[in-house]
Write a protein that binds this ligand. Structure first.
Ligand code: AMP
Length: 432
């Protein structure tokens, strides 16, 4: 089996790790990869959005299955391109990837399919958008419609903040093309969860549910980031809730995509807000695995991942995944200045002995000419711990995060705080 993973972050390292575990003998390639994927796969020096060279590489290496990690190559049509050349690829084509690449499109699909989501309006001109905001209750959310690396949503406590966000996006073009169309929506209150469904456009196979931590600071304060850590499973995601998500969100979305003749194949990632009443509302769709959600969820899959992705890539239904009934916590190690201007270049020391069940996934690292591992991006490493219980996984991930050293290391010590509070509450009630 010859597998190609497209991308070079923590998610792609986790994918390589999962494939290698299932197929020790496979020929595994990663483009462009990173120093972490280099220990498991052959890195190809091709950017994840260089469609021509990726197609050539798939041809040259006789790749049986390409798995695309990031959203940008999907939105640009990498999956269409490879399929047109007769190759198996896991990931939606450009038209279906619009569910992530255009929030305006996603809102339109949700409205047509009757999916619960925040009330919203879409604008391309500043003045009507400002007039709409003037009448909108606070708080509210202003979003660049296009791809903005997870940074295009501005949660605004006041109308004044929303006006500033609109002026920046529609007036000054701060998000470039991605911000030429904006979605203004009502603020949803509740707890966010990430439900990832592997789908052929008809049926879904769910991965374990995760909760991401988007804010930079402990206690969920500070700027939005690509994600500072995650845990899985999440106890609010009961089987009954997931059945509702399947029936009320995932299946109707897939049906609407089929109706539009752009069937969705790949991972459909639903970012959901669970309100006080326990009802799910869609915050966003993503067209791929999340980062760091992949790093927390894939280590819980104990078998069947490659077969499932291969089945969907071949046009079949998703096959069953085997999952271990354990807990997983991942802590992102970032670099000082992230998300705006991360410091780069510091030498990284990863101790040889880390707590049991810990795997370190590389994201923004590079090996210099002397082979020294150095910081090369905002999010540097993701430290995942799998353990029989949530508190144990949390402790091990945090201890390993502490033990890794480089100048300017920034991380949250409270990943999974909501789950920890629930566990504490439950044991306090039990003690009476
Ligand atoms: P998005 O880019 O749409 O995923 O938004 C990024 C983050 O902003 C989400 O993960 C939420 O934490 C927050 N957010 C987005 N939309 C809303 C909303 N309507 N209500 C509350 N929070 C939101």
């Amino acid at each position: 089996m010859r597998l190609l993973v497209v991308g070079g972050g923590g998610r792609e390292h986790a994918l390589c790790w999962a494939f290698r575990r299932e197929h020790p003998e496979a020929d595994l390639y990663c483009a462009p990869g990173n120093p972490g994927t280099a220990t498991l796969a052959r890195n190809l020096p091709i950017a994840a959005d260089d469609l021509d060279r990726l197609a050539d590489a798939a041809d040259m290496h006789g790749i049986d299955l390409t798995v695309v990690g990031p959203e940008v190559p999907l939105a640009r049509g990498l999956a269409d391109r490879l399929r047109a050349e007769g190759r198996l690829v896991f990931g939606p084509g450009a038209a279906a990837a619009q569910l992530e690449a255009s929030k305006a499109f996603a809102k339109d699909v949700m409205a047509a399919a009757g999916i619960p989501t925040a009330a919203s309006r879409t604008f391309q001109a500043l003045d009507p958008a400002l007039r709409y905001v003037a009448r909108h209750p606070e708080p509210l959310v202003v979003k660049a419609s296009g791809l903005a690396a997870g940074k295009g949503a501005v949660v605004c406590a006041t109308r004044r903040e929303a006006e500033a966000a609109l002026r920046a996006m529609l007036g000054e073009g701060t998000f470039g093309e991605a911000g030429r169309t904006v979605v203004i929506e009502a603020f949803l209150e509740g707890e966010e969860i990430s439900v990832l469904a592997i789908t052929d456009g008809h049926e879904v196979e769910l991965l374990p549910v995760a909760q991401d931590h988007k804010r930079l600071g402990e206690g969920d304060v500070g700027p939005n980031t690509g994600g500072m850590g995650a845990y899985s499973p999440v106890s609010v995601a009961t089987p009954a809730l997931l059945e509702r998500v399947r029936r009320e969100v995932l299946l109707p979305t897939l049906a609407e995509m089929r109706r539009r003749e752009t069937p969705y194949r790949g991972v459909l990632y639903a970012g959901l807000m669970i309100d006080r009443a326990g009802d799910p509302w869609v915050v966003e769709f993503n067209c791929r695995l999340g980062d760091p959600v992949a790093q927390v969820v894939l280590p819980l899959v104990s078998g069947g991942l490659t077969a499932c992705l291969l089945s969907v890539a071949s046009g079949g239904a998703p096959t069953r995944l085997a999952c271990r009934g354990e807990a997983s916590v991942t802590t992102v190690l970032a670099s000082e200045g992230y998300p705006d201007a991360p410091r780069k270049g510091a030498a990284i020391e990863i101790p040889a002995a880390l707590p049991e069940g810990v795997t370190v996934f590389h994201a923004g690292t590079t090996a210099d000419a002397a082979g020294v591992l150095r910081v090369a991006g905002g999010r540097v490493l993701t430290v995942t711990a799998v353990a029989p219980t949530f508190p144990e996984a949390q402790r091990r991930s945090r201890e390993a995060a502490e033990a890794i050293r480089y100048d300017g290391k920034v991380y949250r010590r409270d990943i999974g705080w909501r789950e920890a509070a629930r566990a504490e509450h439950a044991s306090a009630s039990f003690r009476g």
